[in-house]
Design a binder for this molecule. Structure first.
Ligand code: GLU
Length: 461
């Protein structure tokens, strides 16, 4: 049987990390087995579903590179099909109209609570043949089996068994005729020939009910895998309070999609001690047996560490392409961005870090940092700069080795340590005290800009 998995978000908010992790695991499982991955938008809740949210889900999936083979399917476009199956269940006496009013249900619940019973619908209209009460728009309930157990082998959690006496007759259509989640999901998983339902474990209690509907329809039952939840650093369920939880906040914060994907795969899945996985490796190694049963915790520091590793290891051309859209100061005359990001990558953890770090390669500093000035500029700085400018001016082959050597010579000629030349030079060039190797920094900034900045600092001193 071909493996077919799906991601079935409800478009009631952005794509959050938990959703993205669910999508990733379903996607990995399909890709690992050369199967299909399907996107289905569960938008039957018209009040809470929005087009923006659909778009946010599509954008998030695209940014992460979670491509789907079929879909997006929209449940709102499948209403006729749901109605058809509901009718079929009614015709086969597997479902029935329930005329209980809200008051009646409330009274029932109260009674049960009073008797310390679990509140549940008591099936009073299950075999009803009389005249329906007036003025009540009935709901339609599924005839859940009265006896026996529902048992399934969850591919993450192991065997789960629930007695049918625990399950009441589920509403499959509301009084306005719209089908409910537990029903539509079954029809969709059936029609879309889903072989493995991989989803968050907030749905694990729905699964026995869904299995009963599959059985009533004489349909093959998919395998189920429920993924443990993701907690925030404080041990609470991950939510907005924990910072960036919408996937689309991550590109804004300078994350690389491959890094976030790598981070997500490790939220609940492991392969020995390995932390970094290329996409090809994730696909090759991913197995549901290696999904942890316990919840995992989100850790911002670690997500940044992973991002940093990707920045370190990415080919410079590609890194430059990713950084470029973030920089609004690039100029034709400035150095090749590729060389600049290569020189800076060890100092940057996110793409956003490049915005400040790369600025002085393109823009003259318009001020010198107070502390840096105090530390770097001394009495003889001006003389040293004069000397250095002369030396640099005479260099025709503007290459880092020669430039680095010129700085050293200047120090020696003036009988001072390197710190008395290198540090003030950095401040003059960058406005602050840190930059990559001084020779490389000089080479990249370029001769005319370097001489101009030395002139500028002389005027200032
Ligand atoms: N639409 C459901 C949700 O967003 C998921 C349903 C499922 O995966 O079965 O929670």
């Amino acid at each position: 049987m071909k493996v077919r998995t799906r991601f079935a978000p409800s478009p009631t908010g952005y794509l959050h990390l938990g959703g993205a992790r669910t999508a990733l695991f379903a996607w990995l499982y399909a890709r690992h087995h050369q199967g299909d991955f399907i996107l289905r938008i569960e938008d039957t809740d018209r009040e809470r579903s929005t087009d923006e949210s659909v778009q946010a889900i599509l954008d998030g999936m695209q940014w992460l590179g979670l491509d789907y083979d079929e879909g997006p399917f929209y449940q709102t476009q499948r209403m006729d099909r749901y109605k058809e199956v509901i009718q079929q269940l009614l015709d086969n006496d597997q479902a029935y109209y329930c005329y209980c009013s809200k008051e009646e249900l409330d009274a029932l619940r109260e009674e049960q609570m009073k008797n310390k019973e679990k509140p549940r619908y008591d099936g009073r209209y299950r075999d009803f043949t009389g005249t329906p009460p007036e003025g009540v728009d009935p709901v339609i309930r599924f005839k859940n089996p009265l006896e026996g157990d529902v048992t399934f082998n969850d591919l993450v959690k192991g065997e789960i068994s629930v007695s049918n006496t625990e399950l009441d007759d589920l509403i499959i259509a509301r009084s306005d005729g719209t089908p409910t989640y537990n029903f539509t999901v079954v029809i969709d998983d059936l029609d879309m020939e889903i072989s493995h339902v991989i989803r968050g474990d907030d749905h694990v209690n729905n699964t026995p009910r869904q299995i009963n509907i599959f059985k009533a329809l004489d349909a093959p039952i998919p395998e189920f895998a429920h993924l443990p939840m993701i907690l925030g650093e404080d041990g609470q369920r991950l939510s907005k309070r924990h910072g960036a939880v919408s996937v689309m906040q991550y590109p804004e914060q300078g994350y690389l999609p491959e890094a976030l994907l790598n981070y997500l795969v490790r939220l609940g899945w492991s392969h020995g001690d390995q932390e970094l996985f290329s996409q090809e490796e994730m696909i090759r190694l991913f197995a549901l047996e290696d999904v942890n049963r316990a919840p995992s915790s989100f850790n911002t520091e670690k997500s940044i560490w992973i991002n940093e590793q990707y920045i370190k290891n990415m080919p410079a051309t590609e890194l430059a392409e990713r950084v470029a859209p973030k920089l609004d100061y690039l100029t034709e005359e400035g150095p090749e961005l590729e060389a600049v990001v290569d020189a800076l990558r060890d100092r940057c953890k996110t793409l956003n870090d490049f915005v400040d770090a790369a600025r002085y390669f393109y823009v003259d500093p318009d001020e010198y940092n107070e502390k840096a000035k105090k530390k770097a500029f001394g009495e003889n700085t001006s003389d040293i700069f004069t000397h250095l400018s002369g030396k640099l001016d005479s260099i025709t082959e503007w290459k880092s080795e020669l430039l680095g050597a010129a700085v050293k010579e200047t120090a020696a000629d003036n009988d001072v340590g390197m710190g008395k030349v290198g540090m003030p030079l950095r401040v003059a060039l960058t406005g602050n005290t840190s930059s990559p190797d001084i020779g490389i920094t000089l080479e990249l900034i370029g001769k005319s800009a370097v001489l101009k900045r030395l002139q500028q600092v002389q005027n200032y001193l």
